[in-house]
Write a protein that binds this ligand. Structure first.
Ligand code: NI
Length: 193
């Protein structure tokens, strides 16, 4: 089932998400629904708070980046297996010199901004069977994980922008919160105050 994606300004996006216990009711369906929702919106990653569930879970599928439009392998060909479910993920290490990349977010449609992050991370997480992993990621994979991991701590990419850049976006962000956006997928906007 495709779920509406919560828009910028929804309080759930600012909350610290809770750990998930094995046996969490409806987890399998939630994961299936999140994949369906992400694909319908052409996203590369989706965190549970974005569909209104404040739990530590995000999914990614960067495999489309492993091929160009003609189906030929790109330099990111190692991303072809980067389709994953991350449960209770925690970044335990980040290193290297910060590099810029234009990020977007399904909760903030039609806005892309350069965000600086470190290139290499070590992530502890569990998979959908609650098997434990500690794994190193770098490049684009690390970037996607850092962005999604932030969602679980109530942080959005706009929170990383320099204050002036952020101020210039305020009007557009307010519009999104009020539902004045032409996102091509189903969204849910916070009640008008
Ligand atoms: Ni996002």
């Amino acid at each position: 089932m495709i779920l509406p994606i919560r828009a910028y300004g929804d309080p759930v996006l600012k909350k610290m998400a809770q750990d998930i216990e094995p046996g969490h009711t409806g987890l399998k369906q939630l994961i299936a629904d999140m994949f369906e929702t992400m694909y319908a919106a052409n996203g590369v990653g989706l965190a549970a708070p974005q569909i209104g569930q404040s739990v530590r879970l995000f999914i990614v599928d960067a495999s489309p980046f492993a091929e160009d439009e003609d189906g030929k392998p790109t330099k990111d060909t190692h991303l072809k297996d980067f389709k994953k479910v991350f449960i209770n993920p925690y970044i335990v290490e980040e290193e290297g010199e910060e590099w810029p990349f234009e990020e977007g977010c399904l909760s903030i449609p039609n806005i892309r901004e350069e965000v600086f992050r470190k290139p290499k991370i070590v992530l502890q997480y569990q998979d959908e069977k609650f098997r434990e992993f500690e794994e190193e990621f770098d490049g684009f994979a690390a970037r996607v994980i850092q962005h999604e991991h932030d969602h679980l701590d109530g942080i959005l990419f706009t929170d990383h922008l320099p204050p002036l850049r952020r101020r210039l976006l305020n009007g557009k962000l307010r519009d999104i919160t009020r539902g004045n956006t032409d996102a091509k997928y189903k969204m849910r906007f916070p009640p008008v105050k």
